[in-house]
Design a binder for this molecule. Structure first.
Ligand SMILES: NC(=O)c1ccc[n+]([C@@H]2O[C@H](COP(=O)([O-])OP(=O)(O)OC[C@H]3O[C@@H](n4cnc5c(N)ncnc54)[C@H](OP(=O)(O)O)[C@@H]3O)[C@@H](O)[C@H]2O)c1
Length: 266
């Protein structure tokens, strides 16, 4: 068995599952991780059968501070060499900021932020030693948008992740490492149901919703091309262009029209 692997977090559904599938279709061995073990087991069986690659999984909760080290130790014990690190796991918080216990905010920051930094920190030295490594951080168009009245920390943490991805590129490109921030817009996955905003998602016009398969393909292709940022689809490229040039007062108006329910009507 070839010991080169791609590690995909949040691989049990949505964008992560499609990224794992697309990478497997390119003949790359995959290490899947998420909390729902049965799903990981099923996906690993399907991918290895369909694409004749080696697929393994480790179930873990990234809100647990030990999880990144546990994943690294698992790789070392099995002799898996992680050349591609896909930091994708994420979710949204259902309650308003003022109603959310600090413990839940901390877990959220750990899954979408600290674990991304920790996994990158842990796997980077081996990539530097080999002068080869590809990192992807699944961020969001929310990184460029005015804050939503729900999910107060979601956009800010995605902005932070885009900046972190830039830092990796600036500091390690000379070592053969690239980092790609993949910034999707509305994507049809389990994200909205699990984040308690499925009704709002249902009201988003269909021309603004894309499949996880499409987002995964554009993101992985951009990662292999060494692009620092990838905003999939022309629709969202145009939207991000507007977000960068328009004043924030007009942006929240625009947001209310395009994504009703995501903004407080008060
Ligand atoms: N869908 C969108 O419209 C959209 C738009 C922009 C960006 N994104 C970003 O895309 C990424 C993937 O989301 P998705 O849309 O594919 O949603 P999804 O279908 O709900 O998938 C989320 C994945 O994250 C995993 N996950 C959640 N909490 C975790 C935890 N504590 N520990 C380990 N894994 C955890 C889930 O697995 P388990 O539940 O099995 O642990 C699942 O595999 C996220 O970072 C999200 O912010 C999504």
């Amino acid at each position: 068995m070839n010991s080169k692997f791609a590690l995909v977090t949040g691989a049990s559904s949505g964008i992560g599952m499609e990224i794992a599938t697309y990478l497997a279709s390119k003949g790359i061995n995959i290490l899947l991780t998420a909390r729902r073990e049965e799903r990981l087991q099923k996906l690993s069986e399907n991918l290895s059968k369909e694409y004749s690659v080696f697929v393994d999984y480790i179930a873990c909760d990234l809100s647990n501070g030990n999880a990144p080290n546990d994943i690294y130790d698992f790789c070392k014990s099995k002799d898996y060499q992680i050349d591609i690190l896909i930091n994708n796991a994420g979710y949204g918080i259902k309650t308003s900021f003022h109603e959310t216990p600090m413990e839940d905010e901390e877990k959220f920051i750990r899954v979408l932020g600290t674990s991304v930094i920790a996994l990158t920190k842990i796997f980077l030295p081996d990539m530097i030693a080999r002068k080869n490594g590809k990192i992807m951080i699944v961020s969001s168009v929310a990184a460029f948008s005015p804050p939503s009245s729900i999910q107060a920390l979601y956009g800010p943490i995605k902005t932070f992740m885009n900046r972190f991805s830039d830092s990796i590129n600036i500091n390690y490109s000379q070592d053969g490492i690239t980092s790609t921030a993949l910034c999707p817009g509305f994507t049809v996955t389990e994200f909205h149901a699990s984040s308690g905003v499925q009704e709002e998602m249902d009201r988003v016009p269909s021309f603004m919703k894309f499949s996880a398969q499409r987002i995964a393909k554009e993101g992985v292709d951009a990662m292999f091309a060494g692009k620092g940022i990838c905003v999939p689809t022309k629709t969202y490229k145009f939207l991000v262009f507007l977000l960068k040039i328009l004043p924030s007062s007009s942006l929240s108006l625009f947001g209310r029209k395009l994504a009703p329910g995501r903004y407080n009507e008060k």
